[in-house]
Design a protein around this ligand. Structure first.
Ligand code: MG
Length: 329
């Protein structure tokens, strides 16, 4: 075991103490007892989300720095809370690492995760560690809360609602697509990847929910086409996307000139790991919400299925999102 359970618990205990007074108040008893005791605000309901991050499925040690893996691991959970319009209260980490994983890797992972936790004042209120047979598996549980009856669901989209997305899409997928057999290309892709720090849209989700703007909301983890399809299925509606309107991330074309170009449309449509919010609304939405750009990209239709409008014609759009790494990679 590279990091003894006692040592990890010490780190978790220290980090739990570092949260803001308000957030730490949500943890009545954390690490050191058999279970954490949490207190949530009166007339709130509890949100619970759990996400695996598995080596060779969600990340690769040769591509992703340990800091990014730790950061992204918690991003997945916080982003789910954001999509419900909630506020995070506490996080829990279960981490299994093989005997050959260096201590340095685990330290980097914890650093990335705790940096993001500190940004959102989320105490890490407990966890577990184990030795895995091979590789690294991390599971993060995030507990959040939302006023009773106010959680934003996937099932509320209505025909005629506009479809909106925060931020821009496709950068993580575009960078991963650049990894190849060439060592040099891989070094510059790894550099680009290191600069990515997906930011869960907690403030934007909260702002929108408090004004009752979204009729349905989801976070983009599997890719726009897949996640929009989840809204369509849960709401029993269809959707029409305008290809031109989809905000594509700009990434560096080459390292020397630092020139940037937009990612390919298909990466913005089907790539994953964006952690932006996708929501539907009948209301007018300002172009910027809680400091984040918001773009109208289409509308909800009564006719089922998804369509992509491009150059004056409409094509059937299938959910073709991220399937993590291909089997034979
Ligand atoms: Mg989600």
């Amino acid at each position: 075991m590279p990091l003894s359970e006692r040592k990890l618990i010490e780190r978790i205990r220290r980090s739990a103490k570092r949260g803001s007074a308000d957030q730490v108040a949500s943890v009545v008893t954390g690490v050191g007892d058999d279970a954490a005791v949490l207190r949530i605000p009166a007339r709130h309901e509890i949100l619970v989300t759990t996400d695996f991050s598995i080596e060779k499925v969600h990340f690769r040690r040769e591509w992703h720095t340990p800091e990014l893996v730790g950061w992204r691991c918690l991003t997945r959970g916080l982003s789910d809370i954001a999509a419900m319009g909630g506020e995070p209260r506490a996080a829990f980490l279960s981490l299994a690492v093989a005997r050959d994983v260096p201590q340095k890797w685990v330290n980097g992972f914890m650093k990335g995760l705790l940096n993001l936790a500190a940004k959102f004042n989320v105490p890490l209120a407990g966890g577990d560690t184990a030795q895995s047979a091979a590789g690294i598996q991390a599971d993060v549980v995030v507990i959040g809360s939302v006023p009773k009856g106010k959680a934003v669901l996937r099932s509320g989209a209505k025909p005629g609602d506009s479809i909106y997305v925060t931020g821009s899409l496709g950068a993580p997928a575009a960078i991963l697509a650049n990894f190849s057999k060439s060592k040099r290309a891989n070094r510059s892709s790894a550099d680009l990847l290191r600069q990515l720090r997906p930011m869960p849209r907690i403030a934007a989700g909260l702002w929108l929910r408090q004004r009752e703007i979204p009729s349905a909301m989801i976070d983009l983890s599997d890719g726009l086409s897949t996640d929009l399809n989840h809204i369509c299925e849960e709401s029993q509606v269809g959707a029409e996307l305008e290809a031109q309107a989809i905000p594509r991330s700009q990434i560096e074309r080459n390292k020397v000139s630092r020139e940037k170009e937009p990612v390919a449309l298909k990466l913005a449509l089907h790539g994953g790991d964006d952690y932006e919010l996708l929501f539907t609304s009948a209301a007018q939405v300002p172009p910027k919400v809680a400091g984040v750009r918001v773009t109208r990209i289409g509308r909800i239709t009564k006719a089922r299925g998804m369509r992509l409008l491009q150059d004056g014609s409409a094509r059937r759009l299938q959910p073709g999102g991220w399937e993590h790494f291909r089997k034979n990679d």
